[in-house]
Write a protein that binds this ligand. Structure first.
Ligand SMILES: [Zn+2]
Length: 329
C-alpha cells in the first residue's frame, strides 16, 4: 500500500466569513471541525481589504505549514455569482468590494490557492448541511432569525441559486395584504417584518397599544411611549414571566410558523434548521405544532425541525466545504 503523509490526509480548507464590521476565518477539516479561529476588522478600502484577507490566510499557513490547504472559501454579504466569484451590487455595509470585479480571480492570483465565493446565508445553510444540524441530509431549509430573516435552500445537496443568484430570499415572502409593516426591501408585510427580532418589537408595540392599562405592564417601566419598548425589553420581561410578554412571544411563534409553513409547502425539505440570534427564544415543540397546523406537507409526522448547531461559525464551515467541493476533495 502506498504511503501518504499525514499532512496530506488532514486536508484543511480555509473558511472566511466577511461581515460589515469584521472578518473571521478558521481552518476546517473534512468533519467540519475548526482550528485556528481568528478575526480582524473589515477595512472599507479595497486594497486594504484584500491585504487583510491575505494576512489572515498567511497566518493560517504560518501556524499550520505542515498541512496542505485545499483552498479558501468565502462567505460574504450581498448577492454573489459563485461561478465568476463576483459580489454583484456591492452591499451598503461592504464598501471595500465596490472596486473589485472578481474577488475569486484577484485572490487566486494573489494567494496561489483556489478560491470560492458564496453568499453568507447560503454558506451558513451549507455549513449546517455538511457539518452541523443537518449533516447527512440532501434537502435542507435553513432559516436565520435575527434582525432580519434569512433563508438558505439546499436541494439534492446543492445550494439553490436561481437565475439571478437571488434565490432563497425567503424572508421576503408576503404574509399579509394589510400594508401594516414596511420592509427594508421596500415592499410591505414581508415575513421578516414579523418573524425577525425587529418584527417581535413591532408586534409588541401593537399589542401594548391594544391592551387596556398597558402602562401598568412591566414593559412600560421607565418608558413614556410604547415605541420606546425594544425587542430586548420584551425578551427580558418574557424571561421574568410577564404574561403580556409571553403573549407577544406566542404571537411571534405564529408569525414564524406562518412563513415557514409556506416555504415547506414549496420545498418539502428533509429537515429545517433554525438559526440566528432569535433562535434561542424558539420553543421548538410549539413552533412544530403551529407549523404543522399551517402546512400541507408537514401535516403528518414528517416535519423535522431542529436548532442550528454551528452558531456564528456556520458561514465559515459552509464556505470551507464549498472550497473543498471545488477542489474535488
Ligand atoms: Zn422584504
Amino acid at each position: 500500500m502506498m504511503q501518504t503523509s499525514p499532512s496530506i490526509n488532514t486536508q484543511w480548507a480555509i473558511g472566511l466569513d466577511i461581515g460589515g464590521t469584521k472578518m473571521s476565518s478558521a481552518l476546517v477539516n473534512p468533519e467540519g471541525q475548526m482550528n485556528g479561529f481568528q478575526h480582524i476588522a473589515t477595512p472599507t478600502e479595497s486594497e486594504l481589504f484584500l491585504n487583510a484577507i491575505e494576512t489572515l490566510v498567511k497566518e493560517h499557513q504560518r501556524v499550520e505549514p505542515q498541512h496542505s490547504f485545499l483552498g479558501l472559501g468565502i462567505a460574504t454579504a450581498g448577492i454573489v455569482d459563485p461561478i465568476e466569484g463576483k459580489i454583484l451590487g456591492a452591499t451598503g455595509n461592504l464598501p471595500a468590494v465596490r472596486g473589485i470585479s472578481s474577488l475569486k480571480q484577484i485572490l487566486e492570483s494573489r494567494l496561489g490557492i483556489p478560491v470560492m465565493v458564496e453568499n453568507d446565508a447560503n454558506a451558513a445553510a451549507y455549513g449546517e448541511a455538511r457539518g452541523g444540524a443537518a449533516k447527512g441530509f440532501r434537502n435542507v431549509l435553513m432559516i436565520t432569525l435575527g434582525t432580519g430573516v434569512g433563508t438558505g435552500i439546499i436541494i439534492d445537496g446543492k445550494i439553490l441559486h436561481g437565475a439571478h443568484f437571488s434565490a432563497g430570499e425567503g424572508g421576503h415572502i408576503f404574509i399579509s395584504q394589510a400594508k401594516e409593516r414596511l420592509c427594508t426591501c421596500g415592499k410591505w408585510d414581508c415575513w421578516e417584518t414579523y418573524a425577525s427580532g425587529t418584527g417581535l418589537g413591532k408586534t409588541a408595540h401593537r399589542m401594548l397599544k391594544a391592551t387596556p392599562n398597558a402602562d401598568t405592564s412591566q414593559l412600560m417601566v421607565g418608558k413614556t411611549s410604547v415605541e420606546e419598548v425594544t425587542t430586548h425589553d420584551v425578551i427580558a420581561a418574557f424571561r421574568s414571566g410577564d404574561p403580556l410578554a409571553e403573549k407577544m412571544l406566542d404571537a411571534w411563534h405564529v408569525h414564524v410558523a406562518t412563513g415557514l409553513a409556506s416555504l415547506l409547502n414549496v420545498l418539502d425539505p428533509d429537515i429545517t434548521v433554525v438559526g440566528g440570534g432569535m433562535a434561542q427564544f424558539v420553543d421548538f415543540p410549539t413552533l412544530l405544532r403551529l407549523t404543522q397546523e399551517r402546512s400541507m406537507v408537514a401535516g403528518g409526522d414528517g416535519l423535522n425541525l431542529v436548532p442550528a448547531t454551528l452558531g456564528n461559525q456556520a458561514g465559515i464551515v459552509g464556505a470551507a466545504f464549498l472550497a473543498r467541493d471545488q477542489a474535488g476533495a
